[in-house]
Design a protein around this ligand. Structure first.
Ligand code: NAG
Ligand code: NAG
Ligand code: NAG
Ligand code: NAG
Ligand code: NAG
Ligand code: NAG
Length: 236
């Protein structure tokens, strides 16, 4: 047990560093994923993805850091619109280099005006609803695993979920294959049907096979709703 945890810790150390594009896949039609948000730490310049779930809330991974700004309706990351300031609300039980709870809400200090290029995505309605296995991931991260450069434009790839019994913790979904997310894609959405079911968390690799883990959003619905309704708000 302790060995697994140590190994997992090392994997997290290695792969949770944001800075995590899509390998393979295709360039998305510009603005066709209006919920996707580009997130940056203005000091370290590390980047993550995120997605708009309400006019004033973005969902992302807790390991993406705390001093962040978000950009809405992005097509080209070299031509960014004005940034939006946010208040970070990481899950209180998230600890760096420990698996699980890799979920964070960012409260926008100025709510977004929804339009054709900026819009929300639906979250799961219940904790144990059925999830389609054919899903999609997207981001502006690296185009090769572990090296290469980030993509200027949003890319997307199809992924197939594997049996969640083969995931490390009970709050994750996993996919396997040779295409998918890489550094810089952390925090982005795993979309199955038209619903955001997961948050890109990290991946491990052996012999050219990759397994990506996603925070399973439906396991956190209660916490999410408390934050959205303002019950646990502490930024006032
Ligand atoms: C998507 O990318 C694959 C290879 O990754 C390519 O074969 C396919 O033609 C592309 N599809 C579109 C619509 O560009
Ligand atoms: C998106 O950005 C790419 C790369 O700069 C550019 O070629 C394309 O025309 C842009 N599309 C839109 C709709 O802005
Ligand atoms: C959509 O709203 C964003 C800000 O929320 C703005 O930057 C963008 O120009 C708007 N786009 C359109 C087509 O009105
Ligand atoms: C994903 O799969 C759908 C349906 O099979 C297909 O239309 C689409 O082009 C695929 N997208 C990518 C990025 O491979
Ligand atoms: C995962 O399982 C543990 C132990 O069974 C439980 O305490 C925890 O609440 C579960 N977490 C989630 C997100 O379901
Ligand atoms: C990823 O790690 C898990 C254990 O944490 C292991 O079972 C799996 O085989 C690994 N997958 C790859 C592709 O390395």
């Amino acid at each position: 047990m302790s060995v697994l945890w140590l190994m997992t810790g090392l994997l997290l150390l290695r792969f949770c560093a944001p800075g995590f594009s899509i390998v393979g896949g295709n360039v998305s039609v510009p603005h066709s994923r209006p919920y996707m948000v580009y997130i940056r730490d203005p000091v370290s310049e590390r980047v993550c993805g995120g997605f708009l779930i309400k006019e004033d809330f973005v969902m992302t991974a807790a390991h993406c850091g705390r001093h962040l700004v978000v950009y809405l309706g992005v097509n080209d990351t070299k031509l960014l619109p004005d940034s939006v300031a946010v208040h970070p609300i990481p899950h209180p039980e998230f600890y760096r280099n420990t698996p699980g709870y890799d979920i964070m809400l960012l409260k926008l200090k100025t709510p977004a005006t929804l339009n054709e290029t900026v819009n929300t995505i639906t979250l799961p309605k219940t904790e144990n609803g059925e999830i389609l296995k054919d899903c999609m991931v997207m981001g502006w991260g690296l185009e090769e695993y572990g090296h290469g450069s980030p993509s200027r434009v949003l890319k997307e790839a199809n992924v197939t979920l594997i049996d969640s019994k083969n995931c490390v913790t009970n709050d994750t979904l996993c996919s396997e294959g040779t295409t998918g997310t890489a550094e810089g894609d952390s925090g982005g959405a795993l979309v199955c049907g038209d619903v955001a079911q997961g948050i890109v968390s990290y991946y491990n690799e052996s012999n050219g096979e990759y397994r990506t883990r996603y925070t399973h959003i439906s396991k956190y619905l209660l916490w999410i709703h408390h934050i959205l309704l303002g019950i646990l708000n502490c930024w006032a």
